[in-house]
Design a protein. Structure first.
Ligand SMILES: Nc1nc2c(ncn2[C@@H]2O[C@H](COP(=O)(O)OP(=O)(O)OP(=O)(O)O)[C@@H](O)[C@H]2O)c(=O)[nH]1
Length: 371
C-alpha cells in the first residue's frame, strides 16, 4: 500500500494542482489507449492502412509523453493551466482529424472523439476558449474534408463528406455551448464555495472573539477550560484569576460610555501584554475578565497579575483626565487536583469579592491558597 502511494507521489507529485492536471492527463491517456486498440482492430480487419495507423499511434504516444513531461515540469515552464489544457485539447483534435483521414469506412466514428475532447474542456477552460477551440476544430475538419473529397472523390464522396461535416459542426457547436454553460456553473459553484468558507471563518471569529476587546469571549473560554480540564496531567498546576476593573461605573458616568469602551480596550491590550505564552485571557462579562494560567504555580500567577497591575496603572486612555488611574481587583485560585475549573472559578470569585471588600486595587488568593 505504502509502495503504491510512493509510486503515485513519484508519478503525480505532491502538489494538489499538479495532481489534478495529471489526473486529466491520465484520463486522456485512457481514451488514447482505447482509440489505439480500436485502430489496431481496424488494421486487422483491413479497414485501415497499417503504416498510417502506426504513424498515428507513434504520434499520439509521443504527444502524451511530451505532455506528461510538460505538466510534471511545469514549475520550470510556468505555463498557465488553461494554456496546457488548450494545447492538450488541440493535440487531441489533430489526432482525431488524422484518425479520420486513415479510417476508411469507419471514419465518421472517429469524429465522436472530437466531441469528447470539447466535453473535456469544460473542466479546464473558460467558455470562450472552448468555443474558439470548437471553431478551430470545425475549420480544421472542414479544410481536411474538402481536401479529401477534392483529391480522392471515390473514397471520400463529396456528398457524404459534406453531410458528415454538417453533423460534426452541429455536434461541436452545441457541445461547446453546453460545456460553456457547465463551466459557468462550475465557476459559480467554486465562487459560492469560497464565499461560504469566508462566511464560515467570519462566523467562527464572531462566535469566539469579543468584538470590543478582541479577547476571546466567555463561550470560547469555556471550551478552552474544558479542553484544559481533559488535558490536565496529574500534578500539573493551573491557576485561575477573576479580574474586575475598579469603579468602572464611575468612569462611564463621568466620561461617557465611549470612554468606558476605550478603557476596556486599553485594559485588554495592557493585560494581554503581561501574559506568558500559554496564558489565556477572556472577557468574562462587562468589566470582568477571566485569566487561565496553565502549568503555573500560584507564585508565578501572582507575578503575572502584579505585572499586569503595573501596566494597567501606567496605561494612557484617550478621553480620560491626566492622572486618572485605572486599577483592578483580582481573585486568584489554584486549581486543586481533580477539581473542576467551575469550582476553581467559584473560589476565585469569592477571593475577588474579598479584594473589593478590602478596598480594591489588590490581588487576593482564594482561601485554600493562603499560606
Ligand atoms: N462602557 C461600557 N460599560 C460597560 C460595558 N459592560 C458593562 N459596563 C458597565 O460597567 C459598569 C459596572 O459597574 P459595577 O458592576 O457597579 O462595577 P464598578 O463600578 O466597577 O464597581 P466595582 O466593581 O465594585 O469596583 C456598569 O455601569 C455597566 O454598565 C461595556 O461594554 N462598555
Amino acid at each position: 500500500m505504502n509502495a503504491l502511494r510512493r509510486l503515485a507521489t513519484l508519478l503525480y507529485g505532491a502538489d494538489p494542482g499538479l495532481r489534478r492536471m495529471l489526473h486529466y492527463w491520465a484520463a486522456t491517456c485512457i481514451l488514447y489507449v482505447i482509440c489505439i486498440g480500436l485502430l489496431m482492430l481496424q488494421v486487422e480487419q483491413g479497414l485501415s492502412d497499417p503504416d498510417a495507423a502506426h504513424g498515428l499511434v507513434a504520434f499520439g504516444a509521443c504527444g502524451a509523453f511530451a505532455f506528461y513531461v510538460l505538466i510534471r515540469a511545469n514549475a520550470v515552464f510556468k505555463l498557465a493551466s488553461d494554456q496546457l489544457a488548450v494545447s492538450q485539447a488541440a493535440f487531441s483534435l489533430i489526432c482525431a482529424v488524422w484518425a479520420y483521414t486513415i479510417s476508411g469506412p469507419l471514419r465518421a466514428a472517429m469524429l465522436t472523439m472530437a466531441v469528447v475532447v470539447i466535453v473535456f474542456c469544460m473542466f479546464a477552460l473558460r467558455p470562450r476558449q472552448t468555443l474558439m477551440l470548437s471553431a478551430a476544430a470545425i475549420v480544421g475538419m472542414g479544410v481536411t474534408m474538402w481536401w479529401l473529397q477534392a483529391h480522392d472523390p471515390v473514397r471520400f464522396p463529396p456528398a457524404t463528406e459534406f453531410l458528415t461535416f454538417g453533423y460534426l459542426a452541429g455536434a461541436l457547436v452545441s457541445t461547446a455551448l453546453l460545456s460553456g454553460e457547465m463551466s459557468k456553473l462550475r465557476a459559480r459553484t467554486k465562487r459560492q464555495k469560497a464565499e461560504l468558507s469566508d462566511a464560515l471563518e467570519t462566523i467562527k471569529v464572531l462566535a469566539t472573539v469579543d468584538e470590543l476587546t478582541s479577547l476571546i469571549n466567555r463561550r470560547h473560554m469555556n471550551q478552552v477550560l474544558e479542553t484544559e480540564e481533559r488535558r490536565h496531567a496529574p500534578g500539573a498546576e493551573a491557576c485561575i484569576a477573576l479580574i474586575d476593573i475598579d469603579f468602572f461605573k464611575q468612569v462611564n458616568d463621568r466620561y461617557g460610555h465611549a470612554t468606558g469602551d476605550a478603557v476596556l480596550r486599553c485594559f485588554s491590550a495592557a493585560a494581554r501584554a503581561s501574559l506568558r505564552a500559554n496564558d489565556v485571557l477572556a472577557r468574562w462579562g462587562g468589566e470582568e475578565f477571566l485569566l487561565m494560567l496553565p502549568d503555573a504555580p500560584v507564585e508565578d500567577a501572582r507575578a503575572v497579575l502584579e505585572r499586569m497591575a503595573e501596566r494597567v496603572a501606567a496605561m494612557v486612555v484617550p478621553g480620560l483626565d491626566d492622572g486618572q488611574r485605572i486599577s483592578f481587583s483580582a481573585g486568584l485560585a489554584r486549581r486543586r487536583s481533580g477539581e473542576s475549573f467551575a469550582d476553581a472559578i467559584n473560589r476565585a470569585d469569592k477571593a475577588l469579592y474579598q479584594a473589593k471588600e478590602a478596598g480594591r486595587d489588590r490581588i487576593v488568593l482564594a482561601e485554600a491558597e493562603v499560606p
